[in-house]
Design a protein around this ligand. Structure first.
Ligand SMILES: Nc1ncnc2c1ncn2[C@@H]1O[C@H](COP(=O)(O)OP(=O)(O)OP(=O)(O)O)[C@@H](O)[C@H]1O
Ligand SMILES: [Mg+2]
Length: 321
């Protein structure tokens, strides 16, 4: 496995449920970072239904991530187009979705490798809804992982389900050559297993002492931040704690509560002209809602860089994709 010096910090914004505000949060954070002097590339990684460019008021992007995936453009940097915010570039999603929503393993690997080489301080991936392997692999590849949820009960369940799916995907890939371990992980991920393996602690015990270090490494590599969006009441603003405590109890994970954004009809009305909205409403409550998260990303971007391994590219992994 070769190592390439990482030029940027990769962050991903995900969450199991559709329409909870992943794209809005991605945009708010990217815009906030750029205004604080960070060179950002915002990537529409919702390969099944991109819309970030629409939020920025761009109708027909001249070049998209699809052009890179299908090798019409060789350099991903050439796909990153300037926006009206200085230091913020956008890699627009593909309008022509045929064959791109589920990229082949090799396409995905190439994309992830090139994303980490982009000329920027921070690369922010706006992921699609759901828990497809592509979405989970993008999420897991990022050094910092943001989960967006709303106070709805279904969204709380989805946020936890998404985090669990991401961790189990990571474990599955880490143990891809160990069929016995894979069977144990698969059984643990299945809620119908009679609860013999109810938590990651149980899973670690089932995997045995020889595999404990790798399982622990998978858990420790997750760096989760939770943003609760569309809140209305003080109780709503606290609901991220539920996900944190369940993730701690069952998955040994310690997500950080990183932001709260109230429901704001003006935000909803500004879809299609968010760049203008952000320029005019510099101190908007929404921007303040993700201020702590933005600060965390700025600090991580300024910390010393360490080389990271390139994405492994083996036959076994291909079978898993
Ligand atoms: N805090 C908020 N107040 C009011 N409206 C909001 C808020 N956050 C998001 N919205 C609106 O909700 C809709 C969905 O937001 P967005 O597209 O960011 O969600 P998403 O999670 O990216 O959706 P998808 O899963 O389809 O990618 C948009 O119309 C957006 O303007
Ligand atoms: Mg979206």
């Amino acid at each position: 496995m070769s190592a390439t010096p990482m030029r940027n910090r990769l962050w991903a914004v995900g969450g199991g449920k559709g329409g909870v505000g992943k794209s809005l949060v991605s945009l708010l954070v990217a815009d906030g970072l750029a205004r604080r002097g960070v060179d950002v590339v915002l990537v529409d990684a919702d390969l099944g239904g991109s819309n970030l460019h629409t939020l920025l008021g761009i109708r027909h992007p001249s070049v998209t991530i699809g052009d890179f995936i299908e090798r019409r453009v060789a350099r991903l940097d050439d796909v990153a187009q300037p926006t009206s915010t200085p230091r913020l570039r956008l890699i627009a999603g593909a309008d022509d979705l045929v064959g791109i929503a589920n990229p082949k393993f090799g396409q995905k690997t190439r994309l992830l490798t090139h994303l980490t080489r982009l000329e920027a301080d921070v690369v922010l991936l706006d992921l699609g809804a759901g828990t497809s392997t592509t979405t989970l692999d993008f999420f897991n590849h990022a050094a910092g992982q943001v989960v967006v949820m709303t106070p709805q009960v279904t969204s709380i369940q989805n946020a936890y389900g998404f985090i669990k799916a991401a961790l189990y995907r990571k474990l599955t890939r880490a143990f891809s050559r160990d069929t016995e371990a894979l069977a144990i992980i698969e059984a643990a991920a299945d809620p119908g297993n009679g609860n013999t393996i109810a938590s990651v602690a149980d899973l670690r015990a089932a995997l045995g002492a020889d595999r404990a270090d790798l399982a622990t490494q998978c858990v420790s590599e997750m760096d989760l931040s939770i943003v609760v969006n569309m809140t209305r009441t003080p109780r709503d603003r606290q609901c991220g704690r539920i996900v944190c405590s369940v993730a701690q109890q069952y998955l040994d994970l310690t997500p950080q509560l990183a932001g709260v954004i109230d429901e704001d009809p003006e935000l909803d009305g500004a879809v299609n002209r968010m760049a203008q909205f952000l320029a005019e409403r510099g101190r908007s409550a929404a921007r303040l809602g993700v201020y702590d998260l933005t600060t965390r990303i700025v600090q991580a971007a300024r910390a010393p860089r360490t080389p990271t391994p390139d994405v492994p590219d083996t036959e076994d992994e291909e079978a898993l994709a």
